[in-house]
Design a protein around this ligand. Sequence first.
Ligand SMILES: NC(=O)c1ccc[n+]([C@@H]2O[C@H](COP(=O)([O-])OP(=O)(O)OC[C@H]3O[C@@H](n4cnc5c(N)ncnc54)[C@H](OP(=O)(O)O)[C@@H]3O)[C@@H](O)[C@H]2O)c1
Length: 440
Amino acid sequence: VKQKDPRTHLREANAPGTKLSATAAAPTRVAILGFGTVGSSVAQLISAQKKNGVRITHVFNRGVARKRVAWMSRDVIWTERFEDLLSPEVDVIIELVGNVELAHRWISRALIAGKHVITANKQLIARHGGELVALAQQHSCRIAYGAAVGGVVPVIPAILEGLAADSFHRISGILNGTCNYVLSRMERARIAMPEAIAEAQVRGYTESDPTSDLDGEDAAAKLVILAAIAMQRLITPEQVRRQSIRTIDPVDFDYARMIGCTIRQISYAELNGKHLIAAVQPALVALDSPFAVAHGSDNLIAVYGKHSGRLLFAGAGAGGDPTAVAVLSDLLAIRRGHSPAAHNAMSTTEVRGDLGSRHYLRFVVKDRPGIVAGIAAVLARYRINIDALMQSSGHPAARLPFVITTEKSPADKVADAVKEIAKARYHVQPPLNLPVLDSL
Ligand SMILES: NC(=O)c1ccc[n+]([C@@H]2O[C@H](COP(=O)([O-])OP(=O)(O)OC[C@H]3O[C@@H](n4cnc5c(N)ncnc54)[C@H](OP(=O)(O)O)[C@@H]3O)[C@@H](O)[C@H]2O)c1
């Protein structure tokens, strides 16, 4: 359904005539809302780059007394009252708190008060981005969210500006640094997932509760934002098919390697006729693809332009300092009064999760004769063709992992077949079903 709805703008709102001038005599006055990992890095970067024409006026945080730092200018007002940030002394509010409801309320009030807003809050933009951009336009302000996807990787400004002349039909990416750290550590260090997650926590790549990273919520929000700005499709994070990476075992990397692959969390969106395919899931990717080469907390995003072909963007997807660069770059763009072409038409669309790929099915069984024949019979009944069967030696018969790969098959059909196979009593753990993405 094609609709023109101002609430659905998911673009940087750069209404002409917004109030900010970049002159040496008039520094841009900035309030930082949330002084945590990214907020303090942004403040440090602004303080270190004295010539950028930006001055911090306020820092807002709960329990703000414990947040004070000696390196900040003594003129800065440290506050727990949001209303202080609406002072005429503030031009731009940078939201780095992270909560969706509170951030929504605060950003709406900031825009209504005529403040430009910068945020790195992907969940907020995925859910309320269109409405907030429209509000910014109504009040002749701008809202920018370049740090919401890809950390420092400038994929949002690239799509909005550098590639504005093209249209995009496919995006695939590693959009969550935590999952990439966990999976690439399992691959390289031969460690189990809990150990890799604990390492990611120690390094500050994930929070004490890593659910949103591991189960795909974080990447789904980023995919929603990319689908909006690159494909003008308005979808919700809940419409994105999601599969957790928690079920991956170290043995899966051995079997994946046997067919020239490794495993990464892949976010994928593709326009296919009238509908959009959108999924976030662990998937097998070819060892010679750029996705396999992305290690640690890196992000890698491929966008496919009608005329430009495939473009790759890669770099640090998380971390205070890299994310602060993206935030400050948004701020400098606003300070310059930079205006990428506004985009208005946005379509809602039917969403499917089927990538129509080959599948990797891993079973861990208590060995006895007839298991493979039984599984093959179920797959045959669902008209799913087997491509290969792999069983490496050295595993105990009481806990024997083996793998079947299929030819290209509809995901729902494979899921139904696996559900039926999973009912058998010989399984030691539930079967694993992953897509094999040959052509990313
Ligand atoms: N960290 C990254 O690598 C990264 C990368 C890209 C985007 N982002 C996004 O950037 C935003 C900030 O992330 P972060 O990692 O900097 O988070 P963080 O370290 O948890 O910082 C959030 C800050 O906001 C404060 N805060 C939270 N709730 C509050 C409330 N109700 N009232 C007042 N202050 C409150 C926290 O105070 P307390 O100290 O009291 O908790 C903390 O200082 C999030 O939207 C995140 O998704 C982060």
